[in-house]
Each structure stands twice: as C-alpha cells, then as structure tokens.
Design a protein around this ligand. Sequence first.
Ligand code: CTP
Ligand code: CA
Length: 228
Amino acid sequence: PDAVSGPGPLAGRRALVTSGPTHEAIDPVRYIANHSSGKQGHAIAAALARLGAAVTLVSGPVRVPDPPGVTVVAVDSARAMLAACQAVLPVDVAVCAAAVADWGVADRAPQKLKKAPGQETLTLTLTRNPDILATVAAPGPARPRLVVGFAAETEHLLEHAREKRARKGCDWIVANDVGAATGTFGGDRNTVHVIGTEGVEAWPPLTKAAVAERLAARIAEALAEDAS
Ligand code: CTP
Ligand code: CA
C-alpha cells in the first residue's frame, strides 16, 4: 500500500525512513545483529507523518510498535532493506536511521549448522553489505532532494561523522554517541550533533521523540526553502 499524505507543512511530500537493526542469517536459526531498538528511526517516521508527509518506513526486526499513519515495510537483511528502499524511490526526503549490518554471511548454511566432534572453532566468512545511505544519496535523477544519515560512534564523534557525510554524499548527518555509558541504544534519550552545509549544531540532550520532532521540523523548513 502506498503511503498517504495529510495536511501540514510536509503535505504532498514523500519520505523514506530506515530504522532498526538488520539480521544477517548464518543458518535458518541463527543470525548476526546489533543493539539498535528502532526507537529513533520510528519516532522520525511518526514525526514526518504528523507534519503531513506520506511516509514509508523500511524497518529491520524491532519490538517497537508501528508508528501511526506510516506505511511499514518489514525486512530482515541489509540486502532486503536496500531492495525495499529502492522500491520506494523517488521521495523528497530520505532519513537513514537504521543500524545496517556492515557485513553479511558469505555462505548462508541451508540447514542448521552442527558441531563436528572435537571442533573447537568456527570460522565464518563475511562479505560487505551494500551501503543503503550511499546508494540513496548517489547523484542521479532519483536522488531525494534531502538525504539525512546517522553516524553512530563510540569515539571521535564529530571527526568520524564529518568523514561519513563526505564519503556517503548525504546532506546532513545526525551524529550520536553510542558508547555504553550513554544508554543511547535501547534508551529513550539521545544527545546528537547535526552536521549540515552550515557546520555543526550541538542539540541539547533530548528524548528520542523530541529529536525526531526537531529533525522533522528542520526537514520541513529545508524543503520549503528549496521550493521557493
Ligand atoms: N548505512 C547504510 N547502509 C550500510 C551501512 C550504514 O545505509 N550498509 C547508513 C546508516 O543507516 C547511517 C549511516 O549509514 O545512516 C552511517 O552508519 P554507520 O554504521 O555509522 O557508518 P558506516 O559507514 O557503516 O561506518 P562504520 O560502521 O565502519 O563506522
Ligand atoms: Ca556500520
């Protein structure tokens, strides 16, 4: 079902949001994943919808409920997430908040892996997953007018985030410290820096809902400026 637009500053605009972790299957019963809860990405999708955008949320496996007024496409792996995102394009704005696994399992076992007698180690070969943000942000006729990425870091936050913005070709990067002491993963609060064309903005500690609200308002402003 295609997402529908409502009244508000983003009326008539289409938005794509990625959220949650991805699961990379090892065999039919096991996978590689990460600690993403999907709270921040889901909150952004909800906030964009409240401003009137037609929002499609492409989400990895999460426990948080589907946001109201949003079309949700559930995926598991990074490759499935990329395919689902490409099917949603073109959009006016894309926000890539998913914690996409950087690596997939090279030879996914068709049956549950069994231990051999005396086996003490297991070696898995991992292969690079596609970069969804970089793919969506690549120049071309289907590029969204605004592409927003996240940078989850445990050290050298701004330095790494600036480098990611340049490397991936996105317009803004929302940098967040996910060090264990911050409680960001799974928690309800987030302290972010937003890096855009005009430099770095330090936002105060906010709830993930408030970060989403503020980001959605910024997106609405940027798209309005763009149109005038
Ligand atoms: N991202 C993506 N697809 C990937 C990896 C990352 O779309 N395969 C997106 C994330 O959704 C996020 C941004 O890229 O918006 C940065 O993700 P992050 O993991 O911080 O950066 P990486 O480029 O993967 O670098 P690294 O994990 O090595 O720090
Ligand atoms: Ca990564």
